[in-house]
Design a protein around this ligand. Structure first.
Ligand SMILES: NC(=O)c1ccc[n+]([C@@H]2O[C@H](COP(=O)([O-])OP(=O)(O)OC[C@H]3O[C@@H](n4cnc5c(N)ncnc54)[C@H](OP(=O)(O)O)[C@@H]3O)[C@@H](O)[C@H]2O)c1
Length: 235
């Protein structure tokens, strides 16, 4: 019997795609990429098809409400049960504070709750170190990530009732198109390293994984340092 459907929401995401590739396993397998139409989304879909997966795409926008999310998931999961869901939606460049909160926080939280109701075996959220230590320079992103991260942590605690294992991934800086214009800080990592850490964390049945491992310690240290001593971007 072939494994159930794998869904990547944020189907164009560089980190999300690296994690998906790491976790997909052998063909044949049904894979759904959900996202806004873009060249990156089609390119990812073609790459998976070339590798032998049965791929379809569906539209997801960060502004969707509960009913629209349910409709998207109904269509996506109509043919086979959902086994793996990866949520990689995130934006540092929202035009307004409200949009940043909606895309990174409210939308993702609603999506996570809807996904758990479909009882995939595994749900992976790409959260961020900024969820634990919000930064002024990326306030809407950080606050949105806090909401999404907390939602996932609560859903992980309910795993015994829901049967859904939830992994919250907290990377620091990852070199992708999202960060292409930013200076590279210490502890920067790559999408492939995030994917390998995710696979190892799933094997150990962890609920939270920091990438790199030292990022968790760095965040704890930064949290107790006087902010005035830190560079503006880290406050
Ligand atoms: N790169 C980092 O340093 C870093 C660090 C920590 C956490 N993360 C998180 O890791 C995840 C993946 O990021 P990435 O580095 O792979 O960046 P990415 O390639 O830019 O991926 C971001 C994804 O979010 C989607 N997205 C953004 N705004 C959206 C909206 N309004 N509606 C629907 N989809 C939207 C993008 O779709 P479009 O192509 O349609 O824009 C894309 O699929 C994100 O959740 C990010 O917050 C990244």
């Amino acid at each position: 019997m072939s494994p159930g459907t794998a869904l990547l929401v944020g189907g164009s995401s560089e980190i999300g795609f690296a994690v998906l590739l790491q976790l997909l396993g052998a063909t044949p397998r049904r894979v759904i990429l959900a996202g806004r139409p873009s060249g990156e989304l089609w390119w990812n879909a073609d790459k998976l098809r070339d590798a032998g997966y049965d791929v379809s795409t569906t539209q997801y926008d960060g502004g969707l409400g509960v009913e629209e999310i349910e409709g998207m998931l109904d269509r996506a999961c109509a043919d086979a049960p959902l086994e793996l869901a990866i949520v990689a939606v995130g934006s540092l460049s929202s035009e307004t504070f409200a949009e940043g909160l909606a895309v990174n926080g409210v939308g993702v939280s609603l999506l996570l709750r809807a996904l758990v109701q479909r009882t995939p075996a595994q749900l992976v959220l790409l959260s961020s170190a900024a969820a634990v230590r919000p930064r002024l320079s990326i306030a809407a992103y950080s606050l949105g990530k806090q909401l999404a991260d907390s939602t996932a942590v609560l859903l992980a605690r309910q795993a015994a009732e829901t049967g859904v294992r939830v992994l919250v991934v907290r990377p620091g800086f990852v070199a992708t198109r999202m960060t292409a214009d930013l200076p590279v800080p210490p502890l920067a990592t790559s999408a492939e390293r995030v994917a390998r850490r995710v696979a190892a964390a799933l094997e150990r049945d962890q609920t939270v994984v920091w990438v790199p491992r030292r990022m968790g310690l760095a965040v704890r240290v930064l949290s107790v340092m006087p902010r005035r001593l830190l560079p503006a971007a880290w406050r």
